[in-house]
Design a protein around this ligand. Structure first.
Ligand SMILES: *Cc1c(COP(=O)(O)O)cnc(C)c1O
Length: 377
């Protein structure tokens, strides 16, 4: 047996023919397919703006950086965030010179609205929200808290491609939404991401900042276009952060199938629940909010002896994962250690069972048999 946690499944022939087109026309860079992918993404999500980037890490950083600059935030101003996330989320805050203030999570494993409220100070400027595993948690309540307290709402939607709340893709409530199309996410490319600002002016800024600050439009707009095509101005010390047409080719194809793929992910999660819920005295499940149709990026459970269960599963040829160790356990964020008890509990008890599109009912039964054998001991 060799059952992996994640294994991306691609529409190989279709992807190759999109990429072939890039190679044949001699354009693999920004533009061409990246523009098509941005348009397709806007149509799919209903969000008004989208800029394609080389990763969501870059997107999260640019989101905080641009909001800081445009809203006039100071160094050491605060963003309330979760300890249970991939480190990119919190690095984006720290790298921009702001302070990541950790609030606790609730039984949805997303930020607890009550804890968020308790952490608001004069310095709080925004909430960084992660839809963990594709679940929305108390999304709507967090949106409300942000509105009431005049805070920006940043959505790390790395796990949320295809997630819906009451049938609608969430995100229009946020000041900025950042998606990941990294190699193991629900819409895999290899590496890339999308940043979607609510404000078109900020979308214009991110297009410059993600391309070294280059403003290609300056002269195109104001001068004799044909003769000055080569000329541009540089308005920021920007990043090399934009996406390319090879990744966008894969994204364009995979986007067509992501709802179908997520439906199968949900089927797998239902199989897991069907088999494991009878053991709910020993296994805790993530609570899914009413109205949330999760992308099912992860299937997480909590057990008493998590580390031993991982060893037992490994011995049975199964590779589970951990999402995540509380970021306050890491040296860079140790100042938050011990402030979020529920997050600490999840950090030391959670594991993610394999969830990928190659899994069959038989695989899921085999995995569940091994889990049940372990907890029965
Ligand atoms: C994967 C992930 C990221 C980073 O995405 P990249 O595209 O790899 O940069 C950010 N946040 C969360 C929650 C993630 O899971």
């Amino acid at each position: 047996m060799d059952i992996q946690l994640f294994k991306a499944k691609y529409e190989v022939d279709e992807c190759l023919s999109e990429i072939r087109e890039c190679l044949e026309v001699g354009w693999t860079g920004m533009g061409f397919k990246t523009v098509k992918f941005e348009d397709a993404w806007k149509q799919y999500t209903g969000l008004p703006y989208a800029h394609y980037l080389n990763s969501s890490t870059m997107g999260l950083y640019l989101a905080v950086d641009i909001l800081k600059e445009e809203c006039g935030w100071n160094d050491d101003d605060e963003i309330i965030t979760t300890p249970i996330t991939f480190i990119s989320t919190n690095h984006a805050i720290a790298k921009s010179g702001l302070k990541a203030v950790f609030a606790d999570i609730d039984d949805t494993f997303c930020l607890d609205p009550k804890s968020v409220k308790e952490h608001i100070t004069d310095k709080t400027k925004a909430v960084m929200y992660v839809g963990l595993g594709g679940n929305t948690g108390n999304y709507e309540e967090i949106v409300k808290i942000c509105r009431e307290n005049n805070l920006k709402f940043i959505l790390d939607a790395a796990h949320m491609t295809g997630t819906r709340i009451n049938g609608k893709i969430p995100g229009s409530e946020a000041d900025v939404v950042v998606y990941s199309f990294q190699a193991v996410k629900n819409l895999p490319t290899a590496d890339s991401g999308m940043i979607c600002f609510k404000d078109g002016r900020l979308d214009e800024i991110v297009r410059k900042k993600a391309w070294l600050g280059i403003n290609k439009d300056t002269y195109a707009r104001t001068q004799n276009m044909g003769n000055y095509k080569w000329k541009y101005d540089v308005e920021y010390i920007g990043e090399k952060g934009h996406g390319n047409s090879v990744m966008a080719s894969i994204g364009l194809v995979q986007l067509k199938y992501v709802d179908r793929d997520n439906a199968y992910r949900r089927t797998i999660c239902n199989w897991y629940r069907e088999r494991l819920e009878p053991y709910s005295d020993k296994i805790t499940f993530v609570r899914i909010e009413k109205g949330c149709e999760s992308s099912c990026h992860l299937f997480q459970i909590l057990v008493d002896d998590r580390d031993a269960l991982i060893v037992a599963l490994n011995q049975a040829g199964i590779s589970p994962g951990v999402h995540y160790i509380a970021n306050t356990e890491y040296k860079m964020y140790a100042y938050g250690k011990g402030t979020c008890p529920h997050a600490d509990y999840v950090s030391s008890h959670t594991l993610s069972l394999p969830l990928n599109l190659y899994l069959t009912r038989k695989d899921v039964d085999y995995i569940c048999d091994e889990v049940i054998k372990f907890i029965g001991k």
